[in-house]
Ligand binder design. Structure first.
Ligand code: PLP
Length: 448
């Protein structure tokens, strides 16, 4: 296949100059693998970007999208509506924890985050509490790249150049550090048993500093994915819930990665037994086949906003493609697939093997930590001296050359296989990752 000119496309979250000097182009995909322009197979070790839970080009989803494009290609959901968006919202509401049954549709995780933050601000105003305009996020959290998302997010590189934040935000400490409590947690399997008290900082420092009456909402990922799979200690999320309830704060779970099966239940809220006031979703909802995201909102929050003159929109917010017919068709088919192929259950069954397999990398050269939960794992390498991220990036490229798509936030290699993977597929991915780590060890030497 003739390679296209690479100059004009400014690639997102990619070292453009490096990529364009050594392009890694994929041209097709099927099931668990991509095919490159030069005909090689590359296993999808990250489900695309945490999207393709059901595997690539699932026939059910492809057919639903083909039918949709031949029936209704576009209708906005401003003032008119189309059945797919209503049906999808009803089905998502039925899958969500009790009490969360109103769904605002958007096109991405970033939009979902900004939407939830606007709903929180509007909710405060509607209750006569307009002073509640501070948000609480978490260091090393990722909530997309909108100005709301980077305000509550906790990734320095995503904030530095943009003035760090536009909305008022404070941040909890991250949930993971190998040195805490005197217990080395570098190779902890699943959720750490200690450290739930990290949540208390919400009350003892943040509320004590700002006062609860000024805080609109607390937003966290159930586990931090984009900074290398940082898993919350047992009881941590429940403590956050209890503190929020005690002080009248909304709790928002960003389930853009965890929603629709990654932890073995539809939502992490169910897998971890903690119910927030809003859930953000995107990615897996449409199996990545079309851009789609959303916010599941508690009935109580939604109903507070259903006021004002009947001829005016209750929330002045929305996107041209909110609930796009093609995306809704893909998502409705994906919900069928999740159910009919019992994908969350398959995740539950595969997770123990996945955990054993990724932890077998503990003796690979330069590995300093391994974390895992559900079908997600981070394998962290010691950084090259003075060049954080260099070793991770080199290993990610080596993995691709060997036939594995992984992703390296910093020096952590992430594995998040499709839910349709078998134990053998997982073993193959882990073998390829080990080989890539060894490659980097050979080319970059022993890290400090
Ligand atoms: C937890 C979380 N929130 C939000 C986002 C942003 O989603 P998007 O890239 O669709 O805007 C991501 C993307 O990886 C994410 O992991």
């Amino acid at each position: 296949m003739k390679q296209p000119a690479l100059d004009a496309f400014w690639m997102p979250f990619t070292p453009n100059r490096q990529f364009k000097s050594e392009p890694r182009l994929v041209v097709s995909a099927q099931g668990l693998s991509y095919r490159t322009a030069d005909g090689r197979e590359v296993m999808d070790g990250t489900s695309g970007l945490w999207c393709v839970g059901a595997g690539h080009r699932h026939p059910r989803i492809a057919e639903a999208m083909k039918r949709q494009i031949d029936t209704l290609d576009f209708a906005s959901n401003f003032q008119v509506g189309h059945p797919g968006a209503f049906e999808l919202a009803e089905r998502i509401a039925a899958l969500a924890p009790p009490g969360l049954d109103r769904v605002f549709l958007v096109n991405s995780g970033s939009e979902a985050c900004d939407t939830a933050m606007k709903i929180a601000l509007a909710h405060a105003r509607a209750r006569g509490e307009g002073q509640r305009n501070l948000f609480v996020g978490r260091e090393r959290g990722f909530h997309g790249v909108g100005f709301g998302g980077i305000s509550v997010g906790g990734m320095l590189n995503n904030r530095r150049v943009f003035g760090s934040a536009m909305l008022r935000a404070d941040h909890l400490r991250p949930t993971w550090d190998p040195a805490w409590n005197g217990t080395p947690q570098a190779f902890v399997r699943g959720q750490p048993q200690t450290g739930a008290e990290l949540a208390d900082e919400l009350e003892t420092r943040i509320i004590a500093l700002h006062d609860a009456s000024n805080i609109a909402a607390v937003i966290v990922e159930p586990f931090a994915g984009s900074t290398g799979v940082l898993v919350p200690p047992v009881g941590y999320l429940q403590r956050l819930r209890d503190i929020c309830t005690r002080h009248g704060l909304l709790l928002i779970f960003d389930e853009v990665i965890t929603g629709f099966g990654r932890l073995g239940k539809m939502f992490a809220a169910q897998a971890l037994g903690v119910v927030p006031d809003m859930i953000l979703f995107a990615k897996t909802v449409s199996n990545g086949a079309a851009p789609l995201g959303g916010v599941i909102v508690s009935r109580a929050v939604h109903d507070t906003l259903m006021q004002g003159p009947a001829h005016l929109s209750e929330l002045m917010h929305g996107y041209t493609c909110s609930g796009h017919p093609l995306a809704c068709a893909a998502a409705l088919a994906m919900l069928d697939v999740l159910d009919e192929e019992a994908l969350p259950q398959r995740v539950r069954e595969l997770s123990p093997h996945f955990e054993r397999a990724v932890h077998s990398l503990a003796d690979a050269p330069g590995v300093v930590s391994i974390r895992n939960i559900g079908l997600a794992a981070g394998v962290e390498l010691a950084p090259n001296p003075g060049a954080p991220g260099e070793r991770g990036n080199a290993t990610q490229c080596a993995a691709f050359d060997r036939g594995l798509l992984t992703r390296a936030p910093g020096d952590t290699l992430v594995l998040a296989p499709p839910f349709t993977s078998t134990a053998r597929d997982v073993d193959r991915m882990v073998d390829l990752l080990r080989a890539a780590i060894q490659d980097t060890h050979r080319t970059h030497g022993t890290p400090a």
